[in-house]
Ligand binder design. Structure first.
Ligand code: PGA
Length: 263
């Protein structure tokens, strides 16, 4: 894993946006894996600005989101489809037909899960997958105990995740407790993975991801198996890592080498 430790959330978003922009410039037909939550919002704003400057285009891009609440239609204001439209898709030159979010109101959600896997495979797989991380180490809605080779399926949300997400729902509003999510195996199949985390409340999950055992107790620890995973975190999220100075040293050496090679 490449561990990148930056000053604050602003730098984390800019670093993440640079990776996405480089991918889009390298391959304008990229297949992107996208995420919801508060962490990616600043990255999306950065990409919107770069799209307006004609630095990147989404015209030939296809996207697959990690997850969706089971039981919500895409037009529900708490659905992740709605979130993606509002935070990104409505503001860039993407064809919405090329944007995919699991169908929360599918007549048969089991079939919808298999269809989602099929659609990703038909698109040629995901080139670059964006991830946030839950306080409990979840990626997508793969909660602790998720199979490390799991595929897109229905998952029950933990109490902690329901509580973390309650801030988005009003008191009298139905808050789903089930989801459709890409599996950990689905995520590991992406050719490159970028996980962003900021703030002290993510520090335990980041420590378990980077330095903990490979374990279903921390689903993000599965990224230890990935050959091209980048963990981009701020100082606060990095604060519980055992060897921050070593990770910074490695990254400085990496950058020096790339510069020497003119990359
Ligand atoms: P957050 O959510 O970005 O809102 O912290 C991350 C997640 O739960 O995956």
């Amino acid at each position: 894993m490449q561990i990148v430790i930056l000053k604050d959330a602003k730098e984390v978003a800019a670093y993440g946006a640079d990776i996405f922009a480089a991918q889009l410039i390298h391959n304008p037909q990229s297949v992107l894996g996208l995420a919801t939550g508060s962490t990616p919002v600043a990255l999306y704003q950065d990409l919107i600005a770069r799209n307006r400057n004609a630095e990147v285009s989404f015209k030939n891009v296809r996207t697959f989101n990690l997850d969706e609440y089971l039981g919500l239609t895409g037009s529900h204001r708490q659905s992740y489809r709605h979130f993606m439209n509002e935070q990104l898709f409505n503001h860039i030159d993407i064809d919405k037909h090329n944007t995919h979010v699991p169908q929360g109101d599918a007549p048969d959600p089991f079939v919808a899960c298999d269809d989602y896997e099929q659609a990703i495979a038909s698109a040629g797989g995901i080139d670059l997958q964006l991830l946030g991380i839950g306080r409990n180490g979840h990626i997508g809605f793969n909660e602790p105990s998720s199979g490390l080779t799991s595929r897109t399926r229905i998952k029950t949300l933990t109490k902690a995740t329901i509580e973390d997400n309650a801030r988005f729902f009003s008191a009298d509003e139905f808050q789903p407790y089930l989801s459709i999510t890409m599996g950990i195996g689905t995520i590991l199949d992406a050719r490159k993975v970028v996980l962003l985390a900021t703030g002290e409340n993510k520090a335990d999950a980041i420590r378990a991801t980077v330095e903990g055992p490979l374990s279903a107790a921390c689903p993000a620890s599965a990224l230890q198996l990935h050959r091209n995973a980048v963990i981009v975190i701020d100082e606060a999220a990095a604060s519980k890592l055992a060897d921050i100075e070593f990770y910074k040293h490695i990254e400085a050496q990496n950058q020096k080498l790339l510069k020497r090679l003119g990359k």
